[in-house]
Design a protein around this ligand. Structure first.
Ligand code: NAP
Length: 251
């Protein structure tokens, strides 16, 4: 595919977990994909994943090391996507961290760190990508929220605030950018098996699973399929939505 038919996606935080599954899914659906990891220490692993995806899909891949919490780094990453891959059609704001703790013990540093990556990182990348997409007069932005951003969770005041904020950004940008043919949606996963949830003890995992309709955690691919759909032609009239993908946790 060359010229007009080439499509390019950037997935933040895509060296592992849900982001990696999203990068794979988008490449499978015909996108050239830029992967992103947070620091040099993750670069080699992420590069290997990018090479594997390129081999399996036949699509071009590229890797950028960038801390999404830093506005300059986010801007430079988007510029690099355009210079290396030619354009930017889809941005998946997936990079995220947790620093859990009950409010009495949660430090201001832990609150700020989570807001900086999850919320400001999403803002930084949306701002940089919107500039490119507005010129193109088309684009898709898909933001990774969480059911915790809708319902809250004890011990996650910082994370819940960041993910609720992501929903606010999503709905506002859907209104702001719709006339430029840019859709903006959020995905709100429940519990998905990744490094993030591996931090839970087996007892905690079992207690959570008992509250999930389907009785089990989801897989990163489950979320990636939804992201792939939102990035594709069948989702062109969906914007400003927050779509739960939680195996029935919140019903
Ligand atoms: P994960 O396995 O911990 O992976 C997190 C990814 O984010 C890594 O690739 C990491 O990069 C990247 N990252 C962290 N800080 C970054 C920064 N400052 N700049 C750029 N990249 C950064 O997490 P996950 O479980 O796949 O979660 C992915 C997203 O889904 C997050 O936004 C999370 O909040 C959300 N989510 C997850 C679940 C779940 O149950 N797992 C549920 C709801 C929502 P490195 O590899 O360089 O460290």
């Amino acid at each position: 595919m060359e010229g007009e038919s080439r499509r390019v996606a950037l997935v933040t935080g895509s060296g592992r977990g849900i982001g990696l599954a999203c990068a794979e899914e988008l490449a499978r659906r015909g996108f050239d994909v830029c992967l992103n990891c947070s620091h040099e220490g993750s670069l080699e692993r992420t590069r290997k994943e990018a090479e594997r995806i390129a081999q399996e899909s036949g699509r071009r891949t590229h890797v950028v090391v960038a801390d999404v919490a830093a506005p300059d780094a986010a801007r430079a990453m988007v510029d690099e996507v355009v210079s290396e891959l030619g354009r930017l059609d889809v941005l998946v704001n997936n990079a995220g961290i947790t620093r859990d703790g009950l409010i009495a013990r949660m430090s201001t540093e832990d609150f700020d760190a989570v807001i900086d990556v999850n919320l400001k990182g999403t803002f930084n990348c949306c701002k940089a990508a919107a500039k490119v997409m507005m010129k193109q007069r088309c684009g898709r932005i898909i933001n990774m929220s969480s059911v915790v951003g809708v319902f809250g969770n004890a011990g996650q005041a910082n994370y819940a605030a960041s993910k609720a904020g992501v929903i606010g950004i999503t709905r506002s940008l859907a209104k702001e950018l719709g006339r430029r043919n840019i859709t903006v949606n959020a995905v709100a996963p429940g519990f998905i098996s990744t490094d993030m949830t591996d931090a839970l003890t087996p007892e905690q995992q079992e207690a959570i699973s008992s509250r999930i309709g389907l009785g089990r955690f989801g897989a990163p691919e489950d979320v990636a399929h939804l992201v792939g759909f939102l990035a594709g032609p069948d989702a062109s009239y969906i914007t400003g939505q927050v779509i739960d993908i939680d195996g029935g946790l919140t019903i």
